[in-house]
Design a binder for this molecule. Structure first.
Ligand SMILES: [Zn+2]
Length: 256
């Protein structure tokens, strides 16, 4: 955001909040207009606060922001969608927390990404509508990878570029995609992936959401796909976090 602007209106998802001073809250939000921001909600911890009800995690709200000394301050908040069905079910609440956590971990402040905002909002709407959780999450993860520039290569071997055949394959988060059995020995971090699991990863990567809903994998494949995605995302996040720590260390080095 331009520092010369005095006020601004944003369409935001509330990611999390923490205590800030005696009565205030520091909120981390993801906005359609400006990506991730940290903003102050004055008096939000007081029981009489009218704003607080619009500022709970997972809520989508319109916020009016005013420039404070260091951070933007919320002057007005109106809920667009509180996603009530999510709040009424602990299990769905846990799933929504995962959606929000991934969004939070994969993004840094000041990076506008309206498509990612749209994806996150749609994902919470799908959870509210009680669509199948497996499809909602895998579709979300695959689109998130696309939008963050980590789209895995799933149709040709990342190493030799040959078309992937219908046989057991390998996958690598390090090089970003599928590796054929002929090339697998060259990599250390590879994991096996079955033909069926790969089929669903491809399905989620290239289908629109409505088509993705047609997926009906059997129990074992559901678990395999879930395990692979968890491993893949964790690897990317650790690498991203490590490079961020590395960058911070370079910046702090007085000899630079
Ligand atoms: Zn190969």
């Amino acid at each position: 955001m331009s520092s010369r602007e005095r006020s601004r209106r944003v369409d935001a998802l509330i990611l999390r909040h923490q205590r800030w001073g005696e009565a205030d809250r520091l909120l981390t939000i993801f906005t359609k207009e400006n990506g991730k921001l940290r903003v102050i909600a004055k008096g939000a911890r007081k029981t009489t606060s009218r704003k607080a009800g619009h500022l709970e995690p997972f809520m989508r709200s319109t916020l009016q922001l005013a420039q404070g000394r260091d951070l933007w301050i919320i002057t007005q908040a109106d809920t667009i969608n509180a996603f009530l069905p999510i709040r009424e079910n602990l299990q769905i609440m846990g799933t929504a927390s995962y959606v929000i956590e991934l969004l939070d971990k994969f993004t840094y402040e000041d990076g506008s990404n309206p498509q990612l905002y749209k994806l996150a909002v749609e994902t919470l709407e799908r959870l509210s509508a009680a669509d199948p959780v497996f499809v909602i999450l895998r579709f979300y993860e695959m689109r998130l990878l696309d939008l963050m520039g980590y789209r895995p290569q799933l149709f040709q071997c990342v190493s030799c570029q040959e078309d992937i055949q219908a046989e057991e394959q390998y996958i690598s988060a390090l090089v970003g995609g599928v590796i054929c059995p002929r090339c697998a020995h060259k990599y250390e971090d590879v994991r096996k992936i079955s033909v069926a699991a790969l089929k669903y990863l491809r399905h989620f990567q290239r289908s629109a959401y409505k088509e993705a809903l047609a997926a009906t994998p059997v129990e074992g494949v559901i678990q395999e796909v879930e395990r692979i995605m968890q491993w893949y995302l964790t690897y990317l996040l650790e690498r991203a976090i490590n490079s961020q720590i590395f960058l911070q260390q370079i910046r702090k080095d007085p000899h630079e």
